[in-house]
Design a protein around this ligand. Structure first.
Ligand SMILES: [Zn+2]
Length: 82
């Protein structure tokens, strides 16, 4: 590939591979190592901060679901009230 065919011929452009899926991409800053938010998510979710955020989000989701089910079926007897 010749230099003038790059997306930003004037700027310092780099061609590099995504750290997750390996797709090639043209970047203007070397700090960018993922091709998309989707590829950025997976490594982030494995960090302690990401795990904590996912744990909290899952708990909130389950709580919302339980409340919705309880509200939709008030005639059903529960083993215990939360
Ligand atoms: Zn990727």
């Amino acid at each position: 590939m010749s230099r003038d065919r790059l997306a930003f011929p004037g700027a310092l452009a780099l061609v590099r591979q995504c750290a997750v899926c390996g797709r090639w991409m043209v970047v203007t800053t070397s700090r960018r190592i993922f091709c998309s938010p989707r590829c950025r998510y997976k490594p982030w979710a494995a960090t302690p901060k990401g795990k904590e955020r996912r744990r909290a989000a899952s708990a909130a989701y389950r709580r919302r679901q339980s409340e919705a089910i309880r509200a939709a079926t008030p005639w059903v007897r529960r083993r215990r009230e939360l």
